[in-house]
Write a protein that binds this ligand. Structure first.
Ligand code: HPA
Length: 253
């Protein structure tokens, strides 16, 4: 099959996909405008793969300004039906310090003012997607199996609290999120997850913890520079995980 089936959406610190060969760049116009950047498709160790940098290849698109609808629509138009989203996050839970990788199973959406549905025109049919499980369980399980195959440690499960950004949170906000049941905080899992759901795509998140959230851990303040430095050491794990996932996917096909 020539159309890519699995796509990786790269978050902060992941703007290209190491090892993707025979790449083609797709500048796609959608009814919702332009995606964050061109989508790359290519071969990754004999498997077709698509890659999109959520914040653009130069990290020029802030989380609250990402055109999530265009990104998901464009991937879908290329034939993508499975999406692994890579997201930089802050850890709230004590065992989720910098360097931890988590495959969350729940989210709480604190973001606002983002276009969060494809069904919002005047004459749109009423459409309420089922979203009790915001991340596709089968893809989560495949991702966890891939982590195991790649011999990388991972925490299976956790609740991702999605904030509006682009600023980081106050200590009080994080304390409230902890009381709400959030284990992680980031700015990008919504509306991405629900838009994938509306398009009928499988969607799972690989959360890379780059720092303890405000007031967590030793309570030290963090800088964006530290976050990016930490991410550069964690993002190297992504290609081996994706390779393992593609192998498992190929074996199951
Ligand atoms: N808060 C929100 N988003 C983030 C953080 C954080 O602490 N770290 C990385 N992305």
């Amino acid at each position: 099959m020539n159309t890519p089936y699995l796509a990786i959406i790269g978050g902060s610190g992941l703007y290209a996909f190491e090892g993707l060969e025979n790449t083609r760049r797709h500048a796609i116009d959608t009814p919702y405008g332009a995606p964050s950047c061109e989508i790359l498709t290519g071969d990754f160790s004999c498997h077709r793969l698509a890659f999109l940098a959520r914040h653009g290849e130069q990290h020029s698109v802030l989380p609250h300004r990402v055109n999530y609808r265009a990104n998901l629509w464009a991937l879908h138009s290329l034939g993508v039906r499975r999406v692994v989203a890579v997201n930089a996050v802050g850890g709230i839970r004590a065992d989720m310090g910098s360097g931890t990788m988590v495959v969350p199973d729940q989210l709480i959406d604190y973001s606002y003012g983002r276009y969060s549905s494809f069904y919002d025109t005047d004459n749109a049919k009423v459409k309420h997607v089922e979203f009790a499980e915001p991340y596709t369980q089968s893809l989560r399980q495949d991702l966890l199996a891939a982590m195991k195959l790649a011999e990388l440690p991972v925490i299976a499960g956790g609740c991702y609290g999605v904030t509006q950004g682009p600023r980081f949170e106050t200590r009080a906000e994080i304390a409230r999120m902890r009381r709400d049941g959030c284990d992680l905080v980031g700015m990008t899992s919504m509306p991405e997850a629900v838009l994938a759901c509306e398009l009928g795509m499988d969607y799972a998140c690989l959360a890379l913890v780059s720092n303890f959230a405000a007031g967590c851990g030793d309570g030290q303040a963090f800088t964006v520079e530290e976050i990016l430095k930490n991410l550069s050491t964690i993002t190297v794990n992504v290609p081996p995980v994706v390779l393992a996932l593609l192998k498992l996917q190929g074996a199951a096909a």
